[in-house]
Design a protein. Structure first.
Length: 361
């Protein structure tokens, strides 16, 4: 499998990464079999977290005898130095290793959290202490808000960044990914086969945990069978300036499908570029969430997200279906205007909600 340089870490990692979230649902023997198969087919980058159940223990057990041939990244969700340092020490034991290739400060989705984690007595200090002691090689950061992550990597404290990127989640491509490239920060794409709906993450393909894999709109966009959908979705992500696409895997079958997509990677065809091209309406929502809360209870980012699915990607039936599931419809907007000054992009949110309602109702 092709490997790419992971930014200034100078690690060369497989373009398909193993995400450990779902193996916590498997027995220890089955989980070890899945992880070991991933290693055997060329996956060398393994991403896990303390919060992923017993994922660390299972990855550690499966890879202990080949540790030197793997790159292991885990995370701390703690925000204080003492708690984060304890997390790191515990992760080392669970992963059966004396060092972590990458420790990531996890779930930084707003500037207040970033300030706490990176300030005096924060988790960043624990990561740097662990690095000085030889327990950690590199420090990364993860989150779902590219605007916040861009602010984080500008500090030059982070060697890697993990952020959602997929065919319908492209906000990171606008500012964060080019900035990371300029700073030589390694980019790992999480959720390459998943889409954020309202407050849920649902997968775009089978076999996996999937609520929408049989949606006809998605089949038209990505392909009629599982392998085609996975292949096209991963091709799109790996066409970007990223080092790896981290896929959550929980069966040998899923490992094989994802690995084959990585091994057979070719550039997007002219047809694929056409159907997957950026066709953003002027002033699209970046899903930063800073417009919230809305006093009327509108989930403004979700409404505009579904409108983007409908308008930009021609996922009309799916966009309407998702919109229908929202508790508060867009026409409940009273045009009070409180959201407008909160938007860092100066979007005409009220006008956009009116258009969304007209087409999605």
């Amino acid at each position: 499998m092709q490997r790419r340089r992971f930014g200034r870490t100078n690690l060369h990692i497989s373009i398909i990464g193993f995400g450990g979230t779902w193996i916590s649902e498997l027995s220890i023997d089955e989980a070890k079999r899945v992880v070991r198969r991933a290693f055997e087919v060329g996956i060398s980058y393994f991403d896990t977290a303390k919060l992923d159940g017993d994922s660390e223990e299972k990855i550690g057990a499966a890879l202990e005898d080949v540790r030197g041939k793997c790159v292991i990244a885990t995370k701390t969700g703690s925000r204080t130095q003492s708690e984060a340092y304890s997390d790191i020490k515990s992760s080392l034991k669970r992963l059966r290793t004396d060092r972590l290739d990458v420790i990531q400060i996890h779930g930084i989705d707003d500037c207040k959290t970033l300030e706490k984690a990176s300030g005096p007595g924060g988790s960043l200090e624990a990561c740097k202490k662990a690095r000085s002691e030889g327990l950690v090689n590199f420090i990364g950061i993860t989150g779902h808000k590219p605007l916040v992550l861009a602010e984080a990597i500008r500090t030059n404290e982070f060697d890697t960044v993990l952020v959602p990127i997929n065919v319908v989640t492209r906000q990171a491509l606008e500012e964060l990914v080019p900035l990371a490239k300029s700073l030589d920060v390694g980019v790992a794409a999480m959720k390459p086969l998943s889409a954020k709906t309202s407050n849920l993450i649902t997968c775009l393909y089978k076999p996996s945990l999937s609520l929408i894999s049989d949606e006809s709109d998605l089949k038209n966009l990505l392909g009629q069978d599982s392998a085609s959908r996975v292949g096209r979705a991963l091709k799109f992500v790996l066409e970007q300036d990223v080092s790896t696409a981290v896929v959550g895997l929980k069966s040998v079958e899923e490992v094989e499908i994802a690995a084959n997509a990585g091994k057979e990677l070719r550039g997007l065809t002219i047809y694929e570029k056409e159907i997957l091209k950026d066709n953003f309406m002027e002033g699209y929502c970046r899903d930063c969430g800073l417009c919230l809360p809305c006093h009327q209870g509108l989930n403004i980012p979700a409404i505009l997200r579904f409108y983007m699915f409908y308008k930009n990607y021609n996922l009309k039936n799916w966009g309407k279906k998702l919109y229908k599931g929202l508790e508060v419809a867009a026409d409940k907007c009273t045009k009070c205007g409180e959201c407008l000054p909160k938007c860092p992009y100066g979007l005409p949110i009220i006008e956009m909600l009116v258009k969304a309602y007209a087409e999605l109702r």
